[in-house]
Ligand binder design. Structure first.
Ligand code: CTP
Length: 477
């Protein structure tokens, strides 16, 4: 592909015109570079994006001049130590930097000291496809500057570093995660030498903060086929360092001729299967973690084969510790994942038996508003190769979903509030807080879930009187 291509027609945003005007007036060479150019040339539509501008001069003063030409009131944030400045316009972050000789790192703590040419700047970036620059000066507006063959790599779908990969990765080891993230998101192949360098330097990921590592892992998880990224992380040795609990799911053991499935590959299949049905990162994390306690609970029981007793329960208990270490949020998102892991077998058990109204009500009671997400997880979890079995499960899941829809009292059960409160029970029978009060409350709840009574005050009250009588209690008048 020729190198001197022009992409003028793609640079439609009016800010580019303003930048051209001001740069020309000040005799500055200015370019748009990085992810914006990559995605523009790929015709990749994005919802949120930044536009990176690099100038051979001061990025800060250019940002100020451009901002005040657009609107004198526009607020410019300046990061003097890093030699960068940015403003938001049209909901886009415009980031300005002076071309530099040393490595580009978004969160480098080292101040920028050495100015450089455009090419100096390009070669210290992470990948050839992220080092593409388009000129913003008027006489060369839209001209591509591609000294490292980034355009060919885009066409051939290749991730490659501009310099020796060892240098690029040692400048910022997070780039190893970024390589795998881009390969997964863009469906590109990592060039051999680049991949080898990742394998060689994998250990150095330890010096990067877990927050940055997780930002990349989450982007892998949010791509349309995350298993690709996980397999690359595993192959290069990054996965055992950042997420060893997951690697433990690997392998099949055989005893007395009986084996169990490889839970690592099973989990990746579940994760891929859930992606078309949800973009919720935490539901995808639930898929990753649903069997996380299988290695810890694995037993071989004579006559029964392999069991993973209570792996859902133990798994949900493991999650706070895991989230803490992985620097994932310890809030309601974590609680959601815990709930999904705890309940992930319930709809399956249901679909193995006859699907009774009472069982569906109980499931609804325990899952609450997260019932749809739980069903989505369970459907993804059916990875059996036995077509008849899959058909039966899916058929029963349809019945479960139908029943969930049919049950009239659905919403009352989803957000269940006892129709008769503990206070009323105590008042009616002259009780103080005690075991009896709890038993009566539980009996009323069970009667509603079993469909013996409806979820209303009158039926619940009458039922309570009846139950209390069996317990030898009578109302005080
Ligand atoms: N960059 C780099 N090394 C890093 C991070 C970023 O060389 N560790 C450079 C790349 O040129 C990259 C640009 O900085 O294109 C902007 O980085 P960033 O906004 O993090 O990523 P994008 O490439 O824009 O991609 P995305 O928006 O998908 O994260």
């Amino acid at each position: 592909m020729p190198n001197r291509q022009n992409f003028k027609s793609k640079l439609t945003h009016k800010v580019f015109g303003t930048i051209a005007e001001i740069s020309d007036g000040q005799n500055l060479e200015t370019y748009v570079i990085g992810g914006f150019v990559r995605d523009l040339l790929l015709d990749r539509k994005r919802e949120n994006y930044d536009i990176d501008i690099v100038t051979v001069g001061s990025g800060i003063s250019l940002a100020r001049d451009v901002a005040s030409a657009i609107n004198p009131k526009l607020n410019v944030s300046v990061f003097k130590n890093f030699g960068t400045a940015m403003f938001k316009f049209d909901n886009i972050d415009f980031e300005f930097v002076g071309a530099r000789k040393e490595s580009y790192r978004s969160d480098s703590r080292k101040p920028i000291v050495e100015d450089g040419t455009l090419e100096d700047d390009q070669k210290r970036r992470d990948f050839t496809i992220n080092a593409l620059a388009l000129s913003l000066n008027k006489d060369r507006f839209g001209e591509l500057l591609d000294p490292f063959g980034g355009l060919d790599d885009l066409a051939n779908k290749i991730i490659r570093t501009p310099l020796e990969p060892g240098i690029t990765f040692s400048d910022d080891p997070l780039r190893m995660m970024r390589a795998i993230r881009f390969a997964t998101q863009l469906e590109f192949i990592i060039e051999d030498k680049t991949l080898e360098a990742i394998t060689e330097q994998a250990e150095r990921i330890k010096i990067v903060s877990m927050e940055r590592v997780m930002d990349e892992l989450n982007k892998i998880i949010l791509s349309s086929k995350p298993s690709v990224g996980f397999k690359l992380l595993d192959k290069t040795g990054l996965l055992p360092i950042i997420f060893p609990e997951f690697v433990k799911l690997k392998g099949r053991e055989i005893k007395q001729g009986i084996s169990h499935k490889d839970n690592f590959y099973h989990t990746l299949e579940v994760l891929d299967r859930i992606c078309p049905n949800t973009d919720n990162l935490w539901l995808r994390w639930s898929a990753i973690l649903h069997d996380i306690a299988k290695p810890a609970t694995k037993r071989f029981v004579e006559g029964q084969g392999w069991t993973f007793h209570a792996h859902n329960f133990i798994g949900s208990k493991m999650i706070p510790g895991l989230f803490k270490r992985l620097k994932l949020p310890l809030n309601e998102k974590m609680k959601f994942v815990q709930k999904m892991v705890l309940l992930h077998m319930r709809p399956i058990v249901l679909s193995e038996e006859e699907v009774s109204d009472s069982a569906v009500r109980r499931l609804l009671f325990d899952a609450g508003d997260d019932i749809e997400d739980l069903m989505t997880l369970c459907e993804a979890d059916i990875t059996s190769k036995n077509a008849d079995k899959v058909k039966r499960y899916m058929h029963n899941f349809r019945i479960v979903r139908q029943k969930l829809q049919d049950l009239e009292e659905r919403d009352a059960i989803r957000n269940f509030q006892p129709p008769v409160s503990g206070e009323i029970i105590m008042e009616t029978f002259g009780l103080s807080p005690s075991r009896e009060v709890g038993m009566l409350k539980a009996a009323i709840k069970d009667a509603i879930l079993d469909g013996l009574i409806h979820n209303n005050y009158e039926e619940a009250y009458n039922y309570m009187i009846e139950k209390a009588k069996e317990m030898g209690l009578s109302p005080v008048k």
